[in-house]
Design a protein around this ligand. Sequence first.
Ligand SMILES: [Zn+2]
Length: 308
Amino acid sequence: MKHYLTIALLLCLACLQGCGQKANQSEAPAQSQGQNDELIYHYPLGDTEVVLLSDGQKTDNPSVLVNAPEEIVREFVPTGEAGSAFNIFLLKLAGKKILVDSGMGYNLVENLAKEGISPEQIDIILLTHMHGDHIGGLMKDGVRVFPNAELYISEKEVAYWTDKELQASLPEGQQRGFAGAQAVVEAYKDKLHLFEPQSIEQMTELIPGVKSIASYGHTPGHTCYMVENGGQRFFIWGDLINFPTVQVPHPEIATRHDIDPTQAAVSRAHVLNWLERQGITVAGMHVPYPGMGQLTMTQRGLELELLK
Ligand SMILES: [Zn+2]
């Protein structure tokens, strides 16, 4: 009896969380309870590994999709919700410990501790973009969490989020994201590296073992990363694809989280078209556990097959 009551209570809580979640550009999170064991995953890459450090699993509702045709939603999201997550990736390359994004900050320090790494030991942080669910782990109580880390962000991304005039012209709800990004830029100002990523055809090395790729639209400076080691490659698409079950086969469909939906769709189609021919493992910040998979051509089009 007690058991059933607990389940009923959890279901109620889940419903309250889900129903209360409003989609907006900063992707207000609703961390699902009960699935937090799916937090870490090790993927071998040459003589090193890529480690998924997750801030938790969640589900996404197709209502975040913009103008998605009804029949596509029915085909790819038959249950009315799709798996999602908040992911961070840890790379160990050329003697450096590198984070790609920092998630919400829910589990990052604890997950790193499980890997035997303290915040002081993180050498480099690469950001895909500066939405709150990607920079949330960089700060705690107004202070930076990673005192020794060099922080890499595309120049365009920082220019957007530090544009005070633009910030003042937006509704209050959207201004908060600017304040959060500005706090990060200020806290890490002596460690900040701004760069200009190139197209996927002309990507160049940003740090040893990692190339940066311009993939603007989701945010004005959104950047993907190609990790290379021992002749093997691993692609991190960040939020270029936010709702994989629909946007991999249909990159033309944007989500409400895209600041420039038209440009985001162009970038998504371009990068996916290039990746499709490579046969490499791809990963994303909102790809359900283990946060990575293989692009596979099916009768329904290109789809992401998650790694087991
Ligand atoms: Zn995101």
